[in-house]
Design a protein around this ligand. Structure first.
Ligand code: KE4
Length: 433
């Protein structure tokens, strides 16, 4: 007898009466995998429990922030200490400076940084700054990359947009999307052609240095350095959207891992430690333009919220310890390689990737270098695999267009248990024609 999801079913019915789709973010709704979204009761370390009492090894980790694991004692303690003074003041606090210092310490390209409350705000603001600094209006993004839901970036987007097969989104004026130039990920020729088509008009390229919103797709060797060179040649700015990769793939994030220096960097997820906090930062001459230092306006009631800062700072300080990224990388690699080995043994086509503490898998023979290829994945097999993993007590992202995350709380035993469950999941998927 498999697990019961009755309480989640009831909770979902209630939620749908007052929340669109019953969830506060579309990709949580299980739209592409079917069934009822799990309503979560609590988390601890690598585990979460739903309101039916079912336990799961969790690889969503709130979509990346919980790199230390759920309910990390150090993070909770830092939040409790900060809460004693109050929650929010709408005035500067020293803990905001300390988190900014930690970010600038880790990322040499970031000389000044502004805290915001979501990755969407971070990318939207970085683009406004790039347009102001260059006097140009067009923005180049890559198909399948997701940079949050601001109007101009919901073009050819990955993550929930790809998951639900939504062609862009109604409500976005053509005037906005006309300014967004698209190119296939990992395709420098297409980027060069875009610059040739719009000479002197492209303000910036925004890119996920590891594409985590169409599965997990690594940059081909030379791709990121090629973007840097093209931006330098064309007078455009290079924005690394490291909302997902920031402090996830290496101590110096993806820019450190791949040795490419962006002009602006967007951060989120890990820097908030599970609380609503994100950031954008970069070159001094650019960040000096941001109000009130400069004339590029951006603001936020809860930007730099002290409790969120405490969670983020406690997280980043722990990530400064030696060996952290080796451990995260070993866990993610063991999982990805284990899945690959099982798939080859069972005879089901599967492509897996891992970098730092993130990993991906796709029911696809490979290679997968861009969104068009990613979309050729066998979604029915993904759905079957996903549901078997849930039944077996393993929580994965409910979408073929997302990435998985390990934490410092995930043990080798967790990985071993996950692969035991995955064997049955892959066998079931292999039976789907
Ligand atoms: P938020 O506005 O959701 O904080 O961040 C947007 C964002 C920006 N850039 C990248 C590279 C991102 O991955 C994201 C958000 N990621 C998704 C999942 N891949 C968040 C989950 C959700 O939408 O519910």
């Amino acid at each position: 007898m498999g697990p019961s999801f009755q309480a989640s079913r009831e909770a979902f019915k209630s939620a749908k009466r007052c929340i669109p789709g019953g969830v506060n973010s579309p990709v949580r709704g299980f739209g592409s995998v079917g069934g009822t979204p799990l309503f979560i009761e609590r988390g601890k370390g690598s585990r979460i429990w739903d309101i039916d009492g079912n336990e799961y090894i969790d690889y969503v980790g709130s979509w990346g922030p919980l790199i230390l694991g759920h309910a990390d004692p150090g993070v909770l303690k830092a939040m409790r200490e900060t809460l004693k003074q109050g929650t929010s003041f709408g005035a500067p606090t020293e803990i905001e400076t300390r988190l900014a210092q930690a970010i600038c310490r880790a990322l040499p390209s970031v000389k000044r940084v502004r805290m915001v409350s979501s990755g969407t705000e971070a990318t939207m603001s970085a683009i406004r700054l790039a347009r102001a600094a260059t006097g140009r209006d067009r923005v180049l993004k890559f198909d399948g990359c997701y940079h949050g839901h601001s109007d101009g970036l919901l073009v050819g987007a990955g993550s929930g947009v790809a998951t639900l097969g939504i062609p862009g989104s109604p409500g976005i004026p053509a005037a906005m999307t006309e300014l967004t130039v698209q190119a296939p990920y990992n395709n420098l020729e297409a980027v060069a052609a875009a610059f040739a088509s719009w000479p002197g008009e492209i303000a910036c390229i925004i890119v996920e240095p590891v594409a985590g919103n169409m599965g997990c797709i690594l940059p081909r060797p030379g791709f990121l350095k090629g973007l840097r060179a093209l931006c330098d040649a064309e007078g455009a700015l290079l924005i690394f959207d490291e909302v997902m990769t920031g402090f996830r793939v290496a101590a110096g994030s993806a820019q450190g891992l791949y040795g490419v220096r962006p002009d602006l960097t967007c951060l989120g997820k890990v820097v908030g430690g599970g609380m609503p906090a994100a950031a954008y930062g970069g070159r001094n001459d650019l960040m000096r333009r941001v109000a009130p230092a400069g004339d590029v306006y951006q603001a936020g009631t809860l930007s730099g919220n002290p409790v969120a800062m405490a969670a983020g700072l406690a997280t980043l300080e722990r990530l400064e310890a030696p060996g952290v990224y080796e451990r995260l990388g070993a866990r993610a690699q063991a999982l990805a390689q284990g899945l690959q080995t099982l798939a080859e043994e069972i005879g089901v086509e599967l492509t897996t990737t891992s970098v730092g503490g993130m990993f991906g898998f796709s029911f696809h023979p490979g290679p997968i270098d861009c969104f068009t290829q990613a979309q050729e994945n066998h979604e029915a097999r993904f759905r079957r695999f996903f549901s078997r993993m849930i039944e077996g007590g393993v929580n994965l992202a409910p979408s073929a267009y997302e990435t998985g995350f390990v934490s410092l709380a995930h043990t080798q035993a967790d990985i071993g248990r996950t692969l035991e469950v995955a064997r049955k999941g892959l066998e079931a998927a292999a039976r789907v024609r």
